[in-house]
Design a protein around this ligand. Sequence first.
Ligand SMILES: Cc1ncc(COP(=O)(O)O)c(C=O)c1O
Length: 365
Amino acid sequence: MKAETVKLIHGGDLQSAAMRYGIELEEWIDLSTGINPCAYPIPKLNEICFQQLPYLSTEFKKAVTSYYGSDRFAACSGSQQVIELLPKLLPKLPVLLPSLGYQEHSESWINACEDERDIHFYPATDQDVAIERIEFQLEQGEPFHLVVINPNNPTGLSFSVAQLFDWSSRLAEGGFLIVDEAFIDLHPEQSVLSDYDEFHTVDNLVVMRSFGKFFGLAGLRLGFLFGPEVVLQAVHNRIGIWSINGPAQAVATDAFNNRTWQMKNRVNIRLNSERTLTLFSPLLKRIEAKMQGTSLLFSSWWVESERLEQMYDFFAQRGVLLRVIEELSKPSDLSLLRLGIIDAENESIVLKLQQVIDEFILTFD
Ligand SMILES: Cc1ncc(COP(=O)(O)O)c(C=O)c1O
């Protein structure tokens, strides 16, 4: 019998989940995002940061430059803010985007674009196929913008730094390479910012970084755009002078300077990722899930759509929020399950999750 269609809730939208399923906010286990569940601990803040107008402080600028390796940045209210802005600021040209990827990119380009025929997609589940499609477009010699999410959320697809610099150098006049590195903090050596000299000589490459994922503080709303001065200036003109509030600057400065926490958490995220997958492994086997990719902060699995919808609802009724992504362009009956990670040190979370997984497996018998 076909299950009734369940309306899916956006990743991280616990407010809607709490209302729909009648479960208090703090009782949820949220596996619907790729945010580090072990957030950076908020330091004691000097009250001045609440009282003064938030011009970017010297300490903040120094900490940003030291953490990311470049001082050519615009700070913004999460990388989401620049995702929305860029299509309005860059030259009006066709754009090539991943067919599957953080949807806000395509939404923003579609909103800003006058002619839908200027929006093109490359397949984003297989690296070779993606490269072939991008190469084909470059060989046409016509200008266009290229959007790469590196690594891709949710497919895990990633490209090397050399590949990205090569593409930016071959884009025809006017075309920009836009790289979203929201999930790259676990592998900073894979960021285009890791090659300072090369990055600073390129004038058609912009890079977004997100503070919220690795540091687990998505609610702070902080992100960055790195790139040529002319684009940064255009962003500054749009977002104004006080876009990063004082407490956000103070917390981020502390987090960027805390190398010990960063090192520990790279290891911790790997352990939490392994523990989460170990918990889910019997269930994933049982539903014949095929792994698509991982970024450590999440893993993505192809699952038969109807079964996944049942699983989503079953888990949500018990206070565990999952993320299901419909691949509209795929003619098959598969959907993508994207699983975030838990804090595996938290025994009550582990126990509760284990129980829900076991109960769901029992429904198969
Ligand atoms: C790939 C990607 N880029 C950017 C964002 C936006 O993140 P933020 O605005 O919190 O920096 C997200 C959020 O989930 C994302 O998945």
